[in-house]
Design a protein around this ligand. Structure first.
Ligand code: ADP
Length: 500
């Protein structure tokens, strides 16, 4: 029935026009989608699952041309394993029953290769709502699937690695320092189960003193500043007992800071053994000191009381005896220094002095002891330094005696001084056996002696440079070596200028 209202009539006309436009547009739109969607395979199937339309995208993905595929069973796109279980039929049945069927599975291309297809199947109905076929829209997600599988594999491998590294505690923290990941090794070492640890602030593994001193926060700050924070300290278990751990902490960037990972190892046994060794060295050297001092005193007494009539031979023997006892005293002193360092009892008595004077004096003394070497001092223009003169003498004598010891064929030993930044840098160069580059950083470790056979023939305990390095460190200086095998070495150390 025509409406008498003009505006209603206008509305009716508009609706009709619009329907016309829409049906035309819909047709075009459908065509556009099917033709241009190169990444989507879109095709229709009849009720017998024979393909009756095929998009450009379907051609791209499945490699069949329209002529090749029209009329074929859609099942040929399924892999043999799925064909055997009638997966294609089950898919259309489900679509018919439920209105749509979602599917993710491996499919077959014409050349037999496989792709991961992610798709949806819908039933197509006529105006009586009778199902006349199906439309399937599918995307090739092989790359994503592979990436996903690789990620899964990597994650799994990482998980297994973490679990099997039971000697190591591997802990991940978020940017605030809260525990996010807790490995099997961490469970074993700290006694907290993963469920107990995760979510807690990372300081639960620290002793109270370290928590109060903000060590956990300092560790994160160092890791962020330097890319890594190395650490050796006593930690705390869930039951309150303590154990010694050595480890590293690194920041994780993604690309901003995403958290931290800490890898640590229980070193309690090694630490206790080391402490026992230190204790033994301490006791032994202390016990040795008294008799050796007494022997020295008796030798001096004998020398004083020996009259003119004593033979030159007796005098010489007594002199040699004295020299050997002096060596023994030196060795005991070295051992005592080692225990002092281990117990943090190395005291400094700093004063202002001139490094050039010290160097010249030492060079003269050593020149008396060697005929093969030429000890040359090349002093720079340097101001006074502020340091413990006796301890710095110890460093210098150690470097010069090593220079002599490790250059058995002789040659020049050159001692230099110069100002560098706020320090005086002293160098001791020899033309001796040198060291391989990997050894250079290790020589300052306790008891370290280079492994080359040559060194084994030189007497020593591997403590001199360790003590020298500790003394220099206590002065806030640095010590290092530049050396090459068979080409000689230069040891350098810096000590601060007197800036009072
Ligand atoms: P020691 O001389 O008693 O072995 P040190 O701590 O003084 O102990 O030195 C540690 C090691 O460093 C030595 O065993 C030697 O291998 C190496 N070393 C030290 N000085 C030199 C040098 N001038 N040339 C070559 N090697 C050296």
């Amino acid at each position: 029935m025509e409406s008498s209202n003009p505006s209603d009539r206008r509305g009716e006309k508009y609706r009709k026009n619009n329907e016309l436009i829409q049906s035309g547009a819909a047709e075009q739109f459908r065509k556009f989608i099917i033709e241009s969607a190169k990444d989507f395979a879109i095709f229709t199937l009849d009720l017998n699952r024979r393909i009756n339309s095929w998009s450009v995208g379907a051609q791209n993905i499945c490699q069949y041309s329209e002529e090749e595929i029209i009329g074929q069973l859609g099942d040929i796109l399924f892999i043999p394993e799925d064909q055997a279980t009638n997966a294609a039929a089950r898919e259309t049945e489900r679509a018919a029953r439920e209105g749509s069927a979602k599917n993710e599975r491996w499919h077959l291309r014409k050349d037999g290769s496989r792709f991961w297809g992610s798709g949806l199947t819908f039933p197509l109905q006529n105006e009586n709502d009778t199902i006349i076929g199906f439309v399937k829209i599918m995307r090739d997600l092989t790359d994503q699937r592979r990436a996903e599988q690789e990620l899964q594999e990597t994650t799994e491998r990482l998980r297994v690695t973490l679990e099997s590294a039971s000697d190591y505690s591997i802990i991940t923290l978020d940017t605030e320092g809260n525990i996010e990941g807790w490995s099997k090794g961490a469970e074993l070492s700290f006694g907290y189960k993963e469920s107990e640890a995760v979510g807690n602030y990372g300081d639960i593994i620290f002793t109270r003193e370290d928590r109060e001193a903000h060590i956990p926060e300092m560790e994160m700050a160092t890791a962020m500043r330097e890319g890594i924070a190395r650490d050796e300290r006593w930690h705390r278990r869930k039951d309150g007992s303590r154990f010694y751990m050595s480890g590293t902490m690194r920041p994780i960037y993604n690309p901003q800071l995403a958290g931290f990972v800490k890898v640590a190892r229980d070193m309690t046994e090694q630490k206790l053994t080391e402490q026992q060794k230190d204790e033994f060295i301490g006791i032994a050297s202390h016990e040795l000191k008294t008799p050796v001092t007494t022997i020295k005193a008796y030798i001096e007494l004998l020398q004083d009381t020996m009259d003119e009539s004593a033979s030159r031979e007796s005098n010489s023997i007594l002199h040699k005896l004295g020299a050997q006892v002096d060596r023994l005293t030196g060795l005991i002193q070295t051992l005592l220094d080692t225990t002092r360092i281990a117990e943090g009892r190395l005291m400094l008595q700093s004063e202002s002095f001139n490094m050039n004077e010290l160097v010249k004096q030492q060079a003269e003394e050593f020149a008396q002891l060697t005929v093969r070497h030429n000890i040359i001092v090349q002093p720079g223009q340097i101001p006074q330094v502020w340091a413990d003169r006796e301890r710095i003498t110890q460093v210098l004598t150690n470097l010069i005696s090593n220079a002599i010891k490790y250059s058995p064929s002789g040659g020049d030993i050159i001692i230099t001084t110069e100002v560098e930044n706020d320090s005086v840098k002293t160098g001791v160069r020899d033309a001796g056996i040198g060291m391989s580059p990997d050894t250079n950083s290790k020589v300052f470790e306790r008891f370290y002696r280079a492994g080359n056979a040559q060194v084994q023939t030189f007497p020593g305990m591997g403590l001199g440079l360790y003590i020298a390095a500790e003394i220099v460190k206590r002065h806030n200086g640095t010590i290092w070596v530049e050396s090459e095998l068979n080409k000689g070495s230069v040891f350098y150390f810096t000590i601060p200028l007197d800036i009072r």
